[in-house]
Design a protein around this ligand. Structure first.
Ligand SMILES: Cc1cc2nc3c(=O)[nH]c(=O)nc-3n(C[C@H](O)[C@H](O)[C@H](O)COP(=O)(O)OP(=O)(O)OC[C@H]3O[C@@H](n4cnc5c(N)ncnc54)[C@H](O)[C@@H]3O)c2cc1C
Ligand code: SF4
Length: 447
């Protein structure tokens, strides 16, 4: 047992160096050539392909699986990238069990879908490894488009715009591009600096400049952009975090799960990252699961996720919930935070109210409470738009867009997490960025 394992408080170095490496290794090791053939051979190549219908980017799944089966992984990669230029990251992070693999006829027939995500990763990894580029830019149009945010939505939009011959400048507030692929996705889903390798792969098409450390609202305004570019795409995600509204939430040891995950993703040595011995994570989504699982992997002894509603209402998929349980995280339902307990200004526990639905279906405290002792609390209760929209119309706290991604402001489009419609998933952001780029292209070419 490493020395730090049972230390109270928030301390670094709970594990031995070997243990960190084991814990943060690839969640699903890639398929080798033989495994890929065997898996591809399970596909029925359905003519109506329900898997393709379920994919938000509509990748021709039976086609790319057939290409793998005929030992043509580069052809398969081209089929994938035609629809989804971030197909490599999506192969790693998509909740396939809720999308293509849930729809796979083999799932219905035998409860064992074709491993579409793993096959997609097999093909795209080979293409990226040999730096195969499948797309050539159209002749320069002389039009310039500004993209705000270098996350999945912005990168996907930029690639499609560059393909059509437009010149793109991406502005991102952070020091590195990639958005949540770089700062949010759990380390064990995309190890080895994959997010930056993908940014390089996407921008290799040419015609795309990325300017990091430049924030809309601080360094320039939306009207600056629409004044100096022919069109603007907003893909700035959700940078704000909801407040807990529990007494004592400012105490030392209460942190945002997103910040914790971002620091973890950027840490060059995981042994330097401090983590509590007993952790409570508040929330029921993917961010809560990622924070809880990664706390456990960093050596926290007890990790409890608390969610104010039941298992069925959790945003985290069943796969994610099972992963958390398998890693030793306890998930408790129908509990809402009421008060952060402190000892000398530091967190010592969390008081929670039991919740239930009343006769009208409204969520109400039952009047009973419980306490969980802990030295660190992570808030993972949803994100919000960090800006006031800079003059574009909002709906439900997001930028209002139509079916093509057009905002209320002329020449300005939006997509990904910051815009209305769609689930907050990487693949949805890619689809929305791509489709908004097509709409911008039609506008710029007078169609
Ligand atoms: C912890 C966590 C884990 C997740 N795990 C998964 C997963 O496993 N699978 C999955 O499918 N989805 C997952 N998601 C959701 C997924 O990451 C998002 O849906 C996706 O990244 C949205 O892409 P986007 O381009 O809209 O926004 P983002 O990825 O948030 O990118 C927005 C970019 O805009 C920049 N920006 C923000 N404000 C400004 C500004 N004012 N000026 C300039 N730049 C700005 C940001 O720096 C960022 O680079 C996860 C999300 C979180 C938070
Ligand atoms: S539904 Fe399943 S079996 Fe049918 S084409 Fe898609 S992956 Fe193949």
């Amino acid at each position: 047992m490493a020395d730090g394992l049972l230390k109270d408080g928030i301390v670094p170095g709970r594990l031995s160096p070997d243990q960190y490496a084991v814990n943060f290794a690839d969640l699903h090791p890639p398929l080798d050539r033989h495994e890929a053939f065997v898996e591809a051979d399970r596909c029925y190549f359905c003519y109506d392909a329900p898997c393709q219908t379920a994919c938000p980017t509509s990748i021709d799944i039976p086609m790319f699986i057939r290409e793998i089966l005929t030992d043509n992984p580069l052809g398969a990669a081209e089929t994938i990238f035609e629809q989804n230029i971030l197909g490599g990251m999506c192969a790693r992070v998509c909740p396939t069990e809720q999308l293509c693999e849930e729809a796979c006829v083999r799932e219905a027939a035998e409860g064992k879908p074709v491993k579409i995500g793993m096959l997609q990763r097999y093909a795209t990894d080979i293409a990226m490894e040999v730096e195969a580029q499948f797309f050539t830019r159209a002749a320069a149009t002389g039009k310039r488009v500004a993209v705000v945010g270098a996350g999945p939505a912005g990168l996907s939009a930029a690639h499609r715009l560059a393909l059509h011959g437009h010149e793109v400048v991406i502005y991102d507030a952070r020091p590195k591009p990639g958005g949540l692929n770089e700062y949010g996705i759990a380390s064990y889903k995309a190890p080895g600096d994959f997010a930056q390798a993908e940014v390089d792969y996407v921008t290799a098409i040419g015609g795309i400049t990325i300017e990091t450390g430049k924030a809309l609202g601080a360094d320039f305004t939306l009207s600056d952009l629409s004044g100096s570019f022919d069109a603007v795409f907003l893909g700035m995600g959700l940078g704000g975090v909801n407040a807990l509204r529990a007494e004592g939430e400012d105490a030392d040891g209460v942190d945002d799960a997103i910040n914790f995950i971002g620091e973890l993703r950027q840490a060059s040595d995981l042994a330097t990252l401090p983590i509590g011995r007993r952790i409570v994570v508040i929330g029921g989504g993917m961010t809560a699961v990622d924070a809880a699982v990664q706390s456990k992997l960093l050596g926290a002894e007890e990790v409890t996720m608390v969610y104010r509603r039941g298992k069925e209402q959790m945003n985290a998929s069943v796969f994610e919930q099972d992963l958390a349980a398998a890693k030793g995280v306890t998930i408790r339902h129908w509990l809402a935070p009421r008060r952060v307990l402190t000892d000398g200004g530091r967190v010592s526990g969390l008081e929670l109210a039991y919740m239930a639905l009343d006769g009208s279906g409204a969520l109400k405290p039952t009047g009973e409470t419980t306490t969980i002792a802990c030295d660190q609390v992570f808030k993972a209760i949803g994100q919000t738009l960090a800006t006031d929209g800079e003059g574009v119309e909002l709906a439900g706290g997001k930028i209002a867009v139509d079916a093509e991604g057009r905002t209320s402001m002329a020449k300005v489009w939006a997509g990904g997490d910051c815009a209305t419609g769609g689930d907050d998933l990487t693949v949805t952001a890619v689809a929305e960025g791509r489709d908004a780029a097509e709409s911008i292209h039609r506008f710029l070419s007078g169609q």
